[in-house]
Design a protein around this ligand. Sequence first.
Ligand code: PLP
Length: 388
Amino acid sequence: MVVKVPYFKGQMGADELERVASVLESGWLTTGKVTAEFENKFARFCSVSHALATNSCTAALHLALEALGIGPGDKVIVPTLTFTASAEVIRYLGADPVFVDVDAETCLITADSIRTQVAIHDSIKACVVVHFAGQSVEMTGENGVWETCQKLGIRLVQDAAHAFPSRDQYGPIGSIGDVTCFSFYANKTITTGEGGMLITNDDDIAHRVKVMRLHGIDRDIWNRFTSDKPSWEYDVVAPGYKYNMPDINAAIGVVQLDKAESMRKLRQEIAEKYLDSFSEQDCYRVIRSRVKLDEHAWHIFPIILQGNLAGSRDRVISMLGEKGIGTSIHYKPLHRMSYYRERYSLDAGAFPNSESYWQNCISLPIFPGMTSEQTEYVVQSLVELGSV
Ligand SMILES: *Cc1c(COP(=O)(O)O)cnc(C)c1O
């Protein structure tokens, strides 16, 4: 029997519909009160002083590096095992990425790899870390990335596109560090269709991001209509960007934020089933979780083929496809992408952990609406494949 299991399926409820309808009825469609409400709620959720909504996580990452003063001639460390957005924003500013490998078991960047690169290159100004699959990079302590960056005098941007909501001993993700960026793209853990959020405790960074998010104008357009100064009174202090989030999208976001933890729990149940089923199998391995299971956002769940199945990723993906199971791959590492490979003369031999991971990784379906029958079917299909 074939049970159809899509890789991902989004779920919008009556509450999202109702909030969006009330924005449409209000006549105010762009950035306004609802975006401010979303930002305030998000800042409280993350225990930070500033949350600034954008139209994507890519925009938020760009604004973060811009606010930190990254420019031509600077170098920024970034893991090779990530989506291109984490690195492309470094190029937007004329700076250059320095790619590093990730830990073989956790797929996370380590403090050691940052120390090594800072010892080799003198113009490293910042590091972009990725909380891969939804678990926090080690931030605090002697091997913590945040402590290490502070010691080395470099700035830290966290790409938390996979990691909302998640936490570690220090608290919610993004509650420490210079700047943290989240994605609300259609298939992320909470969504606004398209959208992003930048959080920080630094007033200067927040001010710069606010200005650059909307054309380099010194106060936001919405204030023009609510403050008592004349509406034409504004100044342009830099050639900024058009990165604001419209109220239509924020209306979806405020509702999704309320559901974030309950949806995370549903993904955790699927993850626990996968963990139980695959930890005993010779031909499958899972990413080691360095945080507690309920601190993990469980955005993606990759299994890594080994033993008899090592090297058969494409064959396994098509066999799962025939059984009606959708899968994905996260990620073909950036050192394999022609732009980065050619521009920076990158050699796959320098990234052994990301290489062996990507050659054998398959991301399994994991989404809140997935039924236990579907989860069981995915498990059974993989167990069968592994036993032939
Ligand atoms: C999705 C994603 C992004 C980009 O998010 P957008 O909101 O689509 O710009 C950046 N980094 C990582 C790791 C992602 O998965």
